[in-house]
Design a protein around this ligand. Structure first.
Ligand SMILES: Cc1ncc(COP(=O)(O)O)c(C=O)c1O
Length: 389
């Protein structure tokens, strides 16, 4: 059989693959420490479980409207209005099966064949493949900065890019825009006419004490061509419930809903009721405790890694990742390094190559303090041994 050429050309998700391989080794009894997870290691909040049980008991188990139950769309509109200090309406909200699905629907709705879309470098593994799936061509920034800059936008626009995906706090670097960077970026976008998808899935995991600056803060006029993506996965440790959302101008949400109508229909009805409970404030204690814990772990892993000779990394102000560079003199690419770390040192981390950057690895601190300590020790011992070869 001749399979689809465009689908056969897609890259597998390195993060999911490596996590699966580490799980397999654990099942075989190996003492693997995993600093590879892209998800909080906490249980989902009690309020989510209770709301889900109630929804099932009350028979809320049928199809819902494609774009989500009106109550959840209203709650998302209210939350986004408060956060962005603007009025958003439920019609501007589409609830989907996770933020990944929201991003995919938005791209399907916005991209024409061959359209160039600027994505960050290093990128979250799914951005390039999603752009390609939608028929577009990913283009990359030239500044070498961990987050897309004003200069990157102007450069890409002059090369014909019509849209940009922003991600702050970012995966894999944990970097967060400063106010000036965000407002310069917003001005550059405004001058080009490019559309924006702002992937804000880590918006609640910020360790600076203030919210992550956003392009809409200084340029509310960008709203007519900006889509915001978020969800409950990372904020509330609810990755398996699969609820994310897009907030965008109505013409865009209508088309994104049409894509969803013909692919998945609505996201899980029970998960929608659970998500409504947590975003309406029923899980604030758990959310704050989790944030405090990530903050402490961020400080711990950064202090431990800074003692390992040869590693360098930007200190993450958000999310739960450190993207660390290792010396090229080790003479090994990141995929091979991570394969050896797993096989020889029982440590799972993700290769930088999966994010488009070589000689780096992504370490997740969504792990216990004990695992963070053991993981960094194993990494340090491995690097020391290889350096002495
Ligand atoms: C940057 C980024 N965007 C989106 C997602 C997808 O989130 P969800 O699990 O809600 O689909 C992830 C998950 O790892 C992510 O890191």
């Amino acid at each position: 059989m001749n399979f689809s050429k465009s689908i056969s050309g897609l890259q597998p998700s390195a993060t999911l693959q490596l996590t699966a391989r580490a799980g397999e080794l654990v099942r075989q009894g190996r003492p693997v420490v995993s600093l590879s997870a892209g998800q909080p290691d906490f249980p989902s909040p009690g309020a989510a479980h209770e709301a889900a049980a109630r929804a099932m008991k009350e028979g809320r188990t049928r199809y819902t409207p494609t774009a989500g139950i009106p109550e959840l769309r209203q709650a998302v509109a209210t939350k986004t209005s408060q956060r962005r200090r603007a009025e958003y309406q439920p019609a501007e909200v589409v609830v989907s099966c996770g933020a990944k699905h929201s991003l995919s629907n938005l791209l399907m709705a916005a991209v024409n064949p061959g359209d160039k879309v600027l994505i960050p470098l290093p990128y979250w593994v799914s951005y390039p493949e999603m752009v390609k799936l939608a028929g577009g061509t990913p283009v990359f920034p030239s500044s070498g900065q961990p987050l897309i800059t004003a200069e990157d936008v102007l450069g890409a626009s002059s090369r014909g890019a019509c849209g940009v995906i922003l991600n702050s706090p970012g995966n894999p670097t944990g970097c967060v825009y400063g106010e000036k960077e965000a407002s310069d970026l917003a001005d550059a976008i405004a001058s080009t006419g490019m559309w924006v998808i702002s992937d804000d899935i880590y918006e609640d995991l910020v360790y600076t004490g203030s919210p992550s600056p956003h392009v809409l803060d200084s340029r509310p006029d960008l709203r007519s061509r900006t889509a915001i993506v978020s969800g409950v996965s990372k904020t509330f440790a609810m990755t398996g419930w699969r609820i994310g959302w897009a907030v965008a101008p109505v013409e865009w949400t209508k088309l994104a809903t049409r894509v969803q109508e013909h692919t998945t229909s609505n996201p899980c009805s029970i998960s929608q009721w659970a998500s409504l409970a947590v975003i309406s404030g029923a899980a604030e204690a758990e959310r704050k405790a989790m944030l405090a814990s990530f903050h402490a772990r961020r400080d711990l892993i950064c202090s431990l890694l800074s003692e390992v000779p040869g590693l360098d990394f930007p200190k993450p102000d958000g999310a739960f990742y450190v993207f660390a560079g290792y010396p090229k003199s080790l003479g090994i690419g990141s995929s091979e390094l991570c394969a050896q770390l797993l096989d020889e040192a029982d440590l799972a981390v993700i290769p930088g190559s999966a994010f488009g950057r070589e000689h780096r690895i992504r370490l997740s601190f969504a792990a216990s303090e004990a695992d963070i300590r053991t993981g960094v020790q194993r990494l340090a011992a491995f690097i020391a041994k290889r350096s002495n070869r």
